[in-house]
Ligand binder design. Structure first.
Ligand SMILES: Nc1nc2c(ncn2[C@@H]2O[C@H](COP(=O)(O)OP(=O)(O)OP(=O)(O)O)[C@@H](O)[C@H]2O)c(=O)[nH]1
Length: 515
């Protein structure tokens, strides 16, 4: 990675580092931005604004989903957006900024009516992209949409947008930081409530603001250190500024360390926690997977050993994303095919964030129940298993088969939940327990500090922390300043913002340098 900073030490296998999110920008779906455009302070002037620097062309695209629908949103961004509106609409004047107006749309070449549509005019820079933007809310039939797209293509200076180009322009014009762009991408792809909440928080800039605050601390510290290098410890500098810089850097190290310890949570929230359903044959594992995923993912049969391979399905579990795996029943003395299934089940168990251990409540004394209890359940619950950070929920299934006095309890049985996949009894309790476990695994996006949702975030925070490990001003001020620069570079790359000129500003603003 040519963009990597000259950091003190590379990390990752063989020095490989996660790439900057160029592909994210490119792949980001085209987003409907009426809401976005309305977020920016209304502009009092009307008419075209000056073209934003660096943007020559005007782009257009269908921003709502493909296919037949009630309303489709087509939008443009760039200096010719006003011209596009005037060319297609009758009357030909621009509507007032940010006000939806009903207009007849015509093909500018043939004058053929295309639709009666709502149009909106967002003069830059107060728009989603920072450029002049227009939106056409047309009827969502394919012929209308293709007619309007063709008409826009015939306006001089307009061309179809590339994937993600609107967002890319918003980033280029400083409307979104990189972490906000990632939040926007996550929001578009959010499938569960928790993912949506997390993405919205990131889109609102929480992670960016946190990093920005850290970067400011480093900038201040760097300014202090550089002032010492340039002016020395004489009367020209306020007393104690270097000590203050040192303590701020040490506090920052502690904060970064705490966030890095939490890093897996955010990534789990983005890509789903690994929840593995395991247990002896015939306990009802496949029935539970089908119940939780609300679809027939696995074959259910009274014959023990039906599931032979690992079956994985993405599910929304109590508002959290999870990859739910059904596994072969764990038992010994079986044929080679089932044996391979057992081996795969055991491997998948090792990778689980959360084990949903299923036992047949009416068969707790069988040897397979006993073995599973002593080889998987108890070691995991007591923390003596190899993957000691794993969590486990014990489910006693088939409660409908129990006598009224309850299960024939095993003396070693840890805390359990009673369930009947057949009747659904106990499902609410299980979902509530799952919600708590997954909130602990993924972090609660409604509260707490912003989560690091991508390997890229983790990489840059780790890089920042590693660099601060080389901050030793008592030994060598020049090397200490370099460590701060490297650390700051990582934070700047995380948010996609950051400059060097602000250090000079601070030196002359916050210091009493010279008399
Ligand atoms: N009475 C009762 N039967 C159940 C319940 N859950 C599952 N069963 C039955 O138990 C049998 C085994 O269920 P499965 O879901 O296939 O069990 P499994 O653990 O996936 O089995 P293997 O694939 O052999 O490991 C089937 O006949 C199910 O209908 C339940 O809550 N009550």
């Amino acid at each position: 990675n040519a963009n990597s900073p000259p950091g003190p030490r590379p990390h990752g296998i063989l020095g490989l580092v996660p790439a900057q999110p160029g592909p994210i920008l490119l792949l980001l779906a085209l987003v409907s931005t009426s809401v976005w455009n309305l977020r920016w302070t209304p502009c009092t002037r009307q008419g075209s604004s000056a073209p934003a620097p660096g943007s020559g062309s005007t782009i257009f695209a269908l921003s709502s989903g493909q296919g037949r629908c009630g309303i489709a949103v087509i939008r443009t961004s760039g200096p010719a957006s006003g011209q596009a509106l005037r060319s297609l609409t009758a009357p030909r004047d621009l509507p007032p900024a940010r006000k939806a107006c009903l207009r007849l749309l015509r093909d500018p070449l043939s004058a053929e009516p295309l639709d009666r549509a709502l149009v909106l005019w967002f003069p830059g820079p107060q728009s989603f992209t920072g450029e002049d933007c227009a939106e056409f809310h047309v009827h969502g039939g394919p012929a209308v949409v293709s007619g309007v797209l063709q008409a826009l293509g015939s306006v001089p200076g307009l061309r179809p947008a590339e994937a993600g180009e609107f967002t890319r322009r918003a980033f280029a014009h400083g409307k979104l930081s990189l972490t906000e762009v990632e939040g926007l991408a996550d929001l578009i792809h959010a499938e569960t409530e928790a993912q949506r909440r997390q993405a919205l928080r990131q889109l609102d800039g929480e992670l960016g603001h946190l990093c920005q605050g850290w970067a400011e601390t480093l900038t201040r510290a760097l300014a202090h250190v550089e002032a010492y290098i340039d002016f020395g410890e004489d009367d020209n500098l306020e007393e104690g500024v270097l000590d203050q810089a040192n303590s701020e850097v040490r506090e920052l190290e502690v904060a970064l360390g705490a966030h890095l310890r939490d890093a897996r949570r955010g990534q789990r929230l983005r890509s789903g926690a690994h929840v593995v359903v395991a247990g002896p044959p015939n306990a009802g594992k496949s029935s539970l997977v089908n119940l939780l995923s609300r679809k027939p993912v696995s074959i259910v049969s009274p014959e023990p050993g039906t599931t032979r391979d690992v079956l994985e399905t993405p599910v929304d579990l109590a508002g959290f994303p999870a990859l739910l795996s059904d596994t072969a029943g764990l038992r010994e003395g079986v044929g080679p095919v089932e044996q391979e299934g057992v081996r795969r089940a055991q491997k998948r168990l090792e990778q689980a964030d959360l084990i949903l251990a299923v036992l047949d409540a009416s068969d707790l004394t069988s040897s397979s129940s006993h073995d599973f209890l002593h080889t998987v359940v108890i070691p995991t619950v007591t923390g003596s298993a190899s993957a000691s950070s794993q969590r486990l929920l014990l489910v006693l299934n088939k409660s409908d088969l129990l006598p009224s006095q309850g299960p024939d309890l095993h003396p070693d049985l840890p805390r359990y939940l009673l369930l009947s996949c057949l009747t659904g009894e106990g499902l609410d309790g299980l979902l509530e327990a799952l919600r708590k476990e997954l909130a602990a695994l993924c972090g609660d996006p409604s509260t707490g500090p912003p989560l690091l949702t991508r390997a890229r975030h983790q990489h840059h925070l780790q890089g920042c922390l590693d660099a601060l490990g080389h901050y030793k001003p008592a030994k060598d001020l020049a090397l200490a300043a370099e460590a701060l620069r490297v650390a700051r570079g990582h934070l700047a790359r995380l948010t996609g913002r950051g400059g060097t000129e602000e250090i000079l500003d601070i030196i002359f603003r916050d210091f009493c340098v010279g008399k």
